[in-house]
Design a binder for this molecule. Structure first.
Ligand code: FAD
Length: 258
């Protein structure tokens, strides 16, 4: 049968297989649509790879591969690169050292109930939430570094162009108010919830994974509260603690890795 077998997973955890699948798809599929990369797109690519090299909480061999790509990109001083040259670096890493970016996708927490649901877009969110939390874990000196890398990557390369337009509008409105690593983690969380809110009930929604304001009360009871008026309110300190735990490098599961 050509039907993909369902991979049982724990909804309260992050899977490295989703993060590596997002990397594969971004670097080998999404970027490959750009034969030459120039100008602001090249700057966006350099920022993205630099953030991945610094904060991707991966296996040593994957981190070595990201570092090799980062070093190669930093050496490119011209105004353009060819995707095929970037691809050679990605694919040659195996021969030159124990550095390898696994090929192919294997969605776990990002599996859809149908092939056209979830997968890569879910992987992109998961990747960037993880990176904002890693930047905080590593006490990065620039609170906006990861968000700016995401903003310019999405703007230059994310295949869903209407998504990119929406995201850019949110970034323009409020990203400059992010002045700490904690605020960066919370900015991405709250804006992801805005997107969830907008998309709830749309045809693109996987019926098995309804869009909710996340985390649910089951996942994080203390994150939820009520105002005096009876209206729902988020306890942001609890949300931050929850996110730092949920996306922490120590808790990422390695089941199903190739
Ligand atoms: P996703 O929303 O992809 O979330 C993935 C996982 O992250 C969830 O399963 C959950 O575990 C966790 N999560 C959920 N909410 C949060 C949160 N607030 N904070 C932290 N973690 C959370 N699709 C459109 O149709 N229109 C758009 O305009 C659009 N804009 C997008 C913009 C960006 C930048 C991205 C990356 C994607 C966008 N998408 C858009 C795709 C859409 O947001 C979903 O990724 C897609 O529909 C798959 O949904 P999902 O059920 O896998 O959950």
């Amino acid at each position: 049968s050509t039907l993909q077998e369902w991979r049982p997973f724990n909804k309260t955890r992050v899977y490295m297989s989703d993060l590596e699948s997002a990397l594969h798809y971004s670097l080998r599929v999404e970027l490959s649509g750009h034969v030459r990369i120039t100008g602001e797109h090249l700057i966006a690519l350099k920022k993205y790879i630099s953030v991945l090299a610094k904060y991707f909480p991966g296996r040593p061999s994957v981190k070595r591969a990201l570092n090799m790509v980062d070093n190669w990109l930093q050496e490119q001083k011209g105004t353009e690169i060819k995707y095929s040259d970037l691809r050679d670096v990605l694919d040659n890493t195996v021969q030159t050292s124990d550095a390898v970016l696994p090929e192919g996708v294997q969605w776990v927490g990002c599996q859809g109930s149908q092939p056209h649901f979830r997968g890569y877009p879910c992987g992109v969110w998961t990747l960037f939430h993880t990176l904002t939390v890693q930047a905080k874990e590593q006490s990065s000196s620039d609170p906006r570094e990861v968000l700016q890398a995401m903003r310019s990557y999405v703007s230059s390369f994310f295949g869903c162009r209407s998504c990119a337009t929406h995201f850019e509008r949110m970034a323009q409105d409020s990203m400059d108010r992010v002045t700490s690593l904690s605020k960066a983690v919370l900015w991405l969380w709250s804006h992801h919830n805005q997107v969830n809110n907008r998309l709830a009930g749309e045809l693109s929604e996987d019926p098995h994974f309804p869009k909710i304001q996340w985390p649910s009360p089951e996942l994080c009871p203390s994150c939820h509260g009520l105002k005096k008026t009876g209206e729902h309110s988020w306890n942001q300190e609890e949300v931050l603690t929850f996110l730092q735990n949920y996306f922490s490098s120590a808790r990422i599961l390695t089941d199903y890795l190739q």
